[in-house]
Design a protein around this ligand. Sequence first.
Ligand code: SAH
Length: 272
Amino acid sequence: MSAAGQGPNKPLKPVKALARPRFPARLDELLPQAAKPSSLPREHLAKPAPPSVPSRGVGMDSVAVRRGMVQKIAALGIHDAGVLAAMDKVERHLFVDSALVGQAYEDTSLPIGLGQTISKPSVVARMLALLVQGRPSPLGRVLEIGTGCGYQAALLAQLATEVYSIERLRGLHDKARANLRLLRLPNLHLLYGDGMLAFAKGAPYAAIIAAAGGEAIPAAWTEQLAMGGRLVAPVHVDAQSQALMVVDKTPQGLVYNRHEAVHFVPLKSGTL
Ligand code: SAH
């Protein structure tokens, strides 16, 4: 994992230089490892935390409790093996405050500070399942808008060759960096900035996922999506309610599919 923490007026810059695909980029060029599975050992995508990692007093066998969470998610109809394996592997209790670890594997959203929340595991799983459904595995380069505590970013790092995750609140960007440090995910890059602008330097993306709901999908997101790429985001359908929206970028244009109602924190512009 690497992190970039620029001030709001400086251009965003990941620490690692990006190998830019040639223009026009094709999705299969963004997926070199997918085409050559042997070049992408799964263990290089995500190394589990070493056993010495303090469990923040979780006071339970987190493997068994996490497995229970995954079984409940599967019972809700989410069967993608890669998504379930990622949720089985990433320790959600490492991403919540110590007072909340007892609830880390319940299907509930939890506060992560600065008025933001980590989504319910079943909603996270549902969004990831929509993102990967019918797509090559692993996904190519992925952009997450709204790093929050970093939990979903860690899951994405299991499912994609490269992940850029952007957060507008400095406090949460720093918190995610601290939470993720011990997991050592070399394919995950944290960015501090306004995700409404996406992150042009990493574009085009095979997939974009947002964890905050806006009035509409910002143009920068669909512009920075690769041809054949997919975007999953909560979007307001009226003042009170949001729905999950899936957008596929096809040669015939953008194809929008609206799914179930959800409730996410608001997508806001600028940085704090
Ligand atoms: N995926 C996160 C969920 C965090 S909640 C997790 O696993 O914890 C959504 C996050 O989106 C909040 O932290 C909020 O600050 C952030 N956010 C809202 N608008 C944003 C924007 N324009 N750019 C980047 N992050 C944004």
